[in-house]
Design a protein around this ligand. Sequence first.
Ligand SMILES: C[S@@+](CC[C@H](N)C(=O)[O-])C[C@H]1O[C@@H](n2cnc3c(N)ncnc32)[C@H](O)[C@@H]1O
Length: 257
Amino acid sequence: MRKIIHGDCIEGMHKLPAGEINLIIADPPYNLNKDFGQWKETEKKGEWKDWCRSWIAETHRVLSAQGNIFVYGIHHHQCWVQCMMYEAGFVYRRQIIWTYENGFAGYGKRSLNAHYEPLLWFSKSNDYIFHPIREPYKSQERLKHKIIKNGKIWIPNPEGRMAGDIWRFPVLAGRRFKNEKVNHPTQKPLTISRRIVKHFSNPRDTVLVPFVGSGSECVAAAQEGRGFIGFELNSDYVELANSRLRELDNKAELPII
Ligand SMILES: C[S@@+](CC[C@H](N)C(=O)[O-])C[C@H]1O[C@@H](n2cnc3c(N)ncnc32)[C@H](O)[C@@H]1O
């Protein structure tokens, strides 16, 4: 299935059967001051927490027994979301720190700039889908010599070390990303989206994207040979996401699902 639905994600998810989705990537409004057209954060502050509880409950219902859910957020407010995830019955796996060196959120001269966003990973059970992530070893030089650890010879894995919970992916700032960046205020990079899709779902799964925005998670799902179902309130963003998907189809980079 490859489908983006113009409409509210809580109503949309309510119509999906229980327990059939293996991966959910949720990038909701963070309760800051962004204007997403239909959803203006400044107008929603009073209801944000109750609203989060409602969409989180639906994600818990539709997630499969082996399923994973990732939720983006911001350091001020992600604590609320994390508590709600526990209360909904999800199993905590990790708070991933997504850090970047090519951008920051500034808070004035008497504060600290933020160079990261917290990304929550929860699962439905302890039997969750996980395809290990490996990265190049930091020191390649060290690998040229025999390494003894606790009296035993340690042999490096040819695919690299296991990834940790600090993920370094640049934000879409500057000329480097001019081909990827589109007209959406909070577009996520395809690099991080593809990592989540590839390692936390199985090929040909359908990824659920409650907050489509410019469609990054849907594009990443298609690039990784998965289907997707997404919801978005703003019709301009639905069109934006669909145009990115058409462009991808034209490049014929993806398998048909
Ligand atoms: C943080 S953005 C998602 C950005 C996306 N990850 C990307 O890379 O472009 C959140 C999106 O959720 C949409 N949205 C807000 N409330 C919604 C709702 N109840 N149902 C569906 N979409 C909603 C907003 O219009 C906005 O585009």
